[in-house]
Design a protein around this ligand. Structure first.
Ligand code: ADP
Ligand code: ADP
Length: 231
């Protein structure tokens, strides 16, 4: 079964008022349907303002669709209240956005385990988290960087930490919003190859927003967005 399904999703944002004082609505997603299978990478392309970030926000449960159905890991997200959406996101959706947002004082391994720590993990749960972190740092090629702080890492390495962190809780869906926008071409290529490999090896369904059509060639599926629609 699909890791992710959207059926006829519409998102409208309130966009000011017109001359009569009535609310104006802006349609950011206009009857969008798509699905993503486990272990596949979907590239999302489209001009600025075409709805790519809104699409990811809906899947992350951060934006509630005006209408339509969204299923993540078999659960209808659009039917959940805010607390349940937050729980679904935490347990099933990994998020690696363009700015890694690593905590400056933490070492690489701690960037990955800090959420478990803050969630009050027991001793044995923390041990599990550290084992998972070590596996993931291996997977992203940072085996020897576990005790470094962000300022001691390169831009590409920080993005690798970001991706590893997003995978800590074995998500079914991984959202990568322009993961290469802050990197030069060679490092971008290396991050795309990493995402492809991580997708294959973990079986996660990866959705990657990118501006670069070259990188879309590495994806299993390509979604072109324009004016809130998939074309
Ligand atoms: P993209 O990621 O492709 O650049 P977005 O999904 O960010 O596109 O935005 C799609 C459209 O929705 C844009 O025109 C944007 O201005 C509008 N939009 C996004 N978020 C909001 C919001 N919270 N309120 C009103 N309009 C929004
Ligand atoms: P930088 O910003 O320092 O170039 P990169 O993310 O591009 O960082 O990669 C750092 C180095 O690690 C590069 O030389 C790259 O080839 C190497 N590397 C990338 N992925 C892996 C991996 N999975 N295992 C081992 N080494 C890797």
């Amino acid at each position: 079964p699909a890791a992710l399904t959207l059926h006829d999703v519409v998102v409208r944002y309130a966009d000011g008022t017109d001359e009569t004082g009535a609310t104006r609505w802006f349609t950011a997603l206009d009857h969008v349907s798509m699905q993503a299978l486990p272990g596949t990478m979907t590239a999302i392309l489209g001009p600025s303002g075409s709805g790519k970030s809104t699409l990811l926000s809906v899947i992350a449960g951060l934006v509630v669709p005006t209408s339509g159905e969204v299923s993540v890991a078999g659960t209808r997200l659009d039917r959940l209240n805010e607390n349940a959406r937050t729980a679904l996101r935490r347990d099933h959706v990994g998020i690696a956005f363009q700015q890694p947002n690593l905590l400056p004082s933490l070492m690489t391994t701690e960037q990955l385990t800090v959420m478990a720590h803050l969630a009050g993990a027991s001793r044995s749960e923390m041990k599990q988290a550290r084992i998972r972190a070590a596996e993931l740092l291996d997977l992203v090629g940072l085996t020897d960087q576990g005790d470094r702080r962000p300022h001691q890492l390169s831009g590409g390495q920080r993005q690798r930490v970001n991706i590893a962190r997003a995978l800590m809780r074995h998500p079914e869906v991984l959202l990568a919003d322009e993961p290469t926008s802050a990197l030069d071409h060679e490092r971008s290529r290396s991050i795309i190859e990493l995402l492809t490999r991580v997708t294959r090896e973990t079986g996660v369904a990866t959705l990657m927003v990118t501006h670069d059509t070259e990188f879309a060639d590495d994806a299993d599926d390509v979604v072109h967005m324009r004016d809130g629609r998939i074309s």
